[in-house]
Design a protein around this ligand. Structure first.
Ligand SMILES: NC(=O)C1=CN([C@@H]2O[C@H](COP(=O)(O)OP(=O)(O)OC[C@H]3O[C@@H](n4cnc5c(N)ncnc54)[C@H](OP(=O)(O)O)[C@@H]3O)[C@@H](O)[C@H]2O)C=CC1
Ligand SMILES: Cc1cn([C@H]2C[C@H](O)[C@@H](COP(=O)(O)OP(=O)(O)O[C@H]3O[C@@H](C)C(=O)[C@@H](O)[C@H]3O)O2)c(=O)[nH]c1=O
Ligand SMILES: [Mg+2]
Length: 281
């Protein structure tokens, strides 16, 4: 799998001991640069993988607006080439994508087949990657997830803890709705799919359960950490960013529940567990 040092990659590494029947191979950007894919076929010949998890991606949403070529090569082009080689080697591809493929004008949890219409370049590049993967191999599995955090890597939870420790008050947007995802829970869901044979294909959605705003998320982080910072709700207009974010991106997870019997837990229970690990780091 790619993305060895990312949030999802680190969590997959962390749980691999629970799956002794598998030999895991983790690739970082030195092993496989997703912007060039140099050496990709050599890696397939060497390892003959039964499954390939593409957890590597260009995830800097704001930076992607001005770093389009690199974002597109990693997120938009590489998945198609990976899917093609997976087809050639009989490898089952599990590719990870994002809620940011939607425009956020919805009011109900998005089904996997809901029309896509990204509002930023990161979302556009990820959507192109989904389409390229499916075109190259329609027996691919694409898991869209959202608002990913972990004790590893960079994420909203760690940013909030830092800011809350530095400042007496912060403002967080309270008009963007979604559901967070603990990367460890996503890693376990991916292993569930693999353990069940990865025989159902297509687009799936996974996040923890719930519908919250970034502000709700920040307040929960503050309460669990027992910090004193004042967390003020603000509107998107009061927090200008280079990239636009969807106002609503809750994902409907029923297809994954039905096909793979994956049961995501409540977002707050997952957050508490992750923050428990953070305290010990
Ligand atoms: N983070 C989030 O909130 C969300 C993420 N997703 C998707 O989930 C997946 C996993 O994300 P997450 O673990 O959070 O991401 P991270 O940003 O934590 O990790 C991404 C990984 O991709 C690697 N990478 C980036 N560019 C290249 C490249 N050119 N060649 C090789 N490797 C590269 C990075 O390497 P290095 O460590 O060297 O920089 C990093 O290890 C991605 O597909 C992402 O789009 C979906 C929804 C939300
Ligand atoms: C730091 C900060 C952010 N915000 C807002 C900005 C934004 O709307 C929201 C979240 O900020 P982030 O920069 O963490 O969000 P962002 O990088 O857009 O997170 C996204 O990453 C990509 C990779 C995905 O695929 C998405 O699912 C999503 O998780 O909070 C505040 O309101 N106040 C703050 O102090
Ligand atoms: Mg970010």
């Amino acid at each position: 799998m790619t993305g060895k040092n990312g949030q999802l990659g680190s969590e997959l590494m962390g749980i691999q001991m629970s799956y002794p029947g598998y030999r895991f191979v983790f690739l970082d950007r030195k092993d496989l640069d997703l912007s060039t894919l140099e050496g990709l076929s050599g890696l397939f010949e060497q390892y003959q993988p039964a499954f390939f998890v593409n957890a590597g991606a260009y995830t800097a949403v704001d930076k992607a607006e001005s770093d389009k070529e690199l974002a597109m090569s990693v997120n938009g082009i590489a998945p198609g080439k990976i899917a093609a080689i997976c087809k050639q080697f009989g490898t089952k591809l599990i590719h990870v994508s994002t809620d940011y493929v939607f425009d956020g004008n919805g009011e109900y949890p998005y089904l996997p087949d809901h029309p896509t219409s990204p509002v930023n370049y990161y979302g556009q590049s990820k959507l192109q990657g989904e389409q390229a993967a499916m075109e190259a191999n329609n027996a691919s599995i694409i898991i869209r997830t959202a608002w990913v955090y972990s004790a590893y890597g960079n994420n909203f939870v760690k940013t909030m803890l830092r800011l809350m420790n530095e400042r007496p008050s912060i403002g967080v947007v309270s008009d963007q709705f979604g559901a967070p995802t603990y990367a460890r829970d996503l890693a376990i869901a991916i292993m569930d799919i693999i353990e069940k044979g990865a025989g159902h294909y297509g687009i799936y959605h996974f996040s923890n359960e719930g519908k919250i705003t970034w502000w709700d998320f920040a307040v929960a982080i503050k309460e669990i950490a027992g910090l004193n910072c004042q967390v003020n709700p603000i509107s998107t207009a009061d927090f200008p960013t280079p990239a636009k974010r969807p106002a609503y991106s809750v994902l409907d997870k029923d297809k994954l529940k039905k096909d793979y019997d994956v049961q995501p837990r409540d977002w707050k229970a997952a957050l508490k567990e992750c923050m428990g690990y953070l305290e010990r780091i």
